[in-house]
Ligand binder design. Structure first.
Ligand code: MF3
Ligand code: CO
Length: 250
């Protein structure tokens, strides 16, 4: 069931979104050569707690950390640990914060030091694909209009979109209806209505769309070993332009 949020609920979503976006920014600033992914996870944990919020991912279906950190050929759900980041890596940070009954959810891929032009292009196309989709996140359009815009932009740029994982409604639950795929197939075709809050999150592979899940049961990598990027914001559908609740600029 798709839930439409009231004014009061939207206000709480804004607050959760602010904390989530700030956590992403904090993690992104820490992406530098020599840091471990565990150090980033710990800093984010303490920041979210300091805001009177809870990390949405921690213990979610047994997930052991506050952030997903996915490096290079890892697409999503990388578990923070002893891994040291190196110059040239691309590092996808995905974070959620839960505050006063509502979740925020956002992600971005950050360069570690100086990266290759091709890796930068992957990051840029992934981010822009979100904004291409956003043009359709408004009343009068349906979810697949947004999905098609993302898919077209990614594929025109020679990359591919991941199929197995999709965006989603977000609110009192981290994952609510509707599903928001980054490609078009025979899905349902829900309309966008004001008061819907959804996480739009293209996962873009430089090579083929294929994935494999690692033996840890979480980490998802590209099947072909090529690199991957991720970009996500929680947005609110309004009677006009969508409102991004996880501010990309902070
Ligand atoms: N952030 C993911 C999403 O956007 C969910 C992470 S799953 C977790 O849907 F287990 F890592 F929390
Ligand atoms: Co999400």
């Amino acid at each position: 069931m798709i839930t439409l949020k009231s004014r009061q609920e939207i206000d709480l979503m804004r607050r959760a979104g602010k904390i989530t976006a700030a956590a992403r920014a904090l993690a992104g600033k820490m992406v530098t050569p020599g840091v471990t992914t565990h150090e980033i996870d710990q800093a984010v944990y303490h920041f979210i707690k300091s805001q009177g919020a809870t990390p949405s991912f921690l213990h979610y279906q047994g997930y052991p950390a506050s952030v997903c950190i996915s490096v290079n050929d890892e697409i999503i759900h990388g578990i923070p640990g002893k891994r040291v980041l190196h110059e040239g890596d691309i590092v996808s940070i995905d974070v959620g914060a839960y505050k006063d009954g509502f979740h925020g959810d956002c992600a971005a891929t950050f360069p570690c030091g100086k990266i290759s032009p091709e890796a930068q292009r992957l990051i840029d196309v992934t981010r822009q694909s979100f904004f291409e989709g956003l043009k359709f996140a408004r009343e009068g359009y349906r979810v697949p209009d947004l999905s098609l815009a993302i898919q077209k932009y990614v594929e025109e740029n020679g990359f591919s979109v991941v199929r197995e994982y999709v965006g989603h409604g977000v609110g009192r639950q981290m994952h609510e209806a509707p599903e928001v795929p980054n490609y078009v197939a025979g899905h349902e075709r829900p309309r966008f209505l004001r008061g819907m809050t959804v996480a739009v999150e293209p996962m873009v592979n430089a090579g083929g769309a294929g994935i494999k899940v690692m033996p840890d049961g979480w980490t998802v990598k590209t099947a072909d070993g090529k690199w991957s990027a991720h970009y996500e914001n929680t947005i609110l559908i309004t009677d006009g332009d969508p409102e991004i609740l996880t501010d990309p600029e902070i």
